[in-house]
Design a protein around this ligand. Structure first.
Ligand code: NAI
Length: 254
């Protein structure tokens, strides 16, 4: 079986992904700041917003990893620099640090969001964020005025994540290592209420046009599929899984 790292394994989409991967015969190494490890083979408690903690985690994780599911994430009810650190800069730091420990053919799956679809409008700020260290997140946020107003910190974290994943479509091609994003629309997990609170009218409008929000059970099989060898030719792309929301937005624009 494969060895898969799942961040955010204690709740929501990460918890369900850990369950599905285990059921498919993988050895799941769970990572979360919240302690909950009944459904994973090994559990690593870590705050993914802190550089020293990330370096210690990279050090202690074993060699021979076949997949990373970067699912841990924070809504914009958390401080803006925390949102950016966990959803973007910490994710990148962990992933890049683990590249030497990956087996050939490994798959990396990053949880982005429908909230990241406006990435082309954010290219200058995305470029400015490219080489920012996770411990410099607060300075970057202040310099570029990325606050929680209108959920901006969250939107930017997902925009930059989609762009970074696309940019790295072929970075590890010689080793067969590929990376993709999955972008859900609203999913019924503990943070859905935080989005309704912080994104206001926009989230309410989404809720109005949808028949139902997604569930972790809607998302986990897609993530597991992307971690499997069946998707070796899906590289550097974004897979929406949103009950039709992204095509609805595009159709209404044209
Ligand atoms: P959740 O709150 O159920 O799970 C997130 C997990 O991340 C939690 O277990 C939490 O402890 C962990 N986490 C947060 N900060 C951390 C830190 N500093 N260090 C380590 N772990 C940390 O939320 P959900 O919905 O399962 O979210 C998973 C991913 O899906 C997130 O990246 C989120 O942005 C994304 N997403 C969620 C949507 C939704 O409507 N629920 C929609 C689109 C994307």
């Amino acid at each position: 079986g494969k060895t898969i790292i799942v961040t955010g394994s204690a709740s929501g989409i990460g918890l369900e992904t850990a369950r599905v991967c285990t059921a498919m015969g993988a050895k799941v190494l769970g990572v979360d700041v919240t302690k909950r490890f009944d459904h994973v083979e090994e559990f690593y408690r870590a705050d993914l917003s802190d550089g020293a903690t990330l370096d210690a985690l990279i050090d202690v994780l074993p060699n021979g990893i076949d997949g990373i599911a970067n699912i841990a994430g924070l809504p914009p009810t958390a401080p803006a620099e925390k949102v950016l650190a966990v959803n973007l800069f910490g994710l990148k730091h962990l992933t890049l640090g683990l590249i030497p420990k990956l087996n050939n053919g490994a798959s990396i799956v990053n949880l982005a969001s429908l909230a990241g679809f406006g990435w082309p409008d954010a290219i200058p700020k995305i470029r400015a964020s490219e080489n920012v260290h996770v411990d410099d997140t607060a300075r970057f946020a202040a310099e570029h005025q990325i606050t929680n107003e209108g959920g901006r910190s969250y939107f930017f974290s997902k925009e930059a994540l989609i762009a970074w994943t696309m940019q790295n479509r072929w970075t590890w091609r010689d080793r067969g290592i590929r990376m993709n994003t999955v972008s859900p629309g609203p999913v019924d997990t503990p943070i859905l209420g935080d989005f309704l609170e912080t994104l206001g009218a926009r989230a309410e409008e989404d809720a109005r046009v949808m028949d139902r929000p997604g569930t972790p059970q809607d998302l986990a099989p897609i993530i597991a599929f992307l971690l499997s060898d069946m998707t070796a030719w899906i590289r550097g792309t974004n897979i929406p899984a949103d009950g039709g929301m992204s095509s609805n937005i595009l159709c209404e624009m044209h």
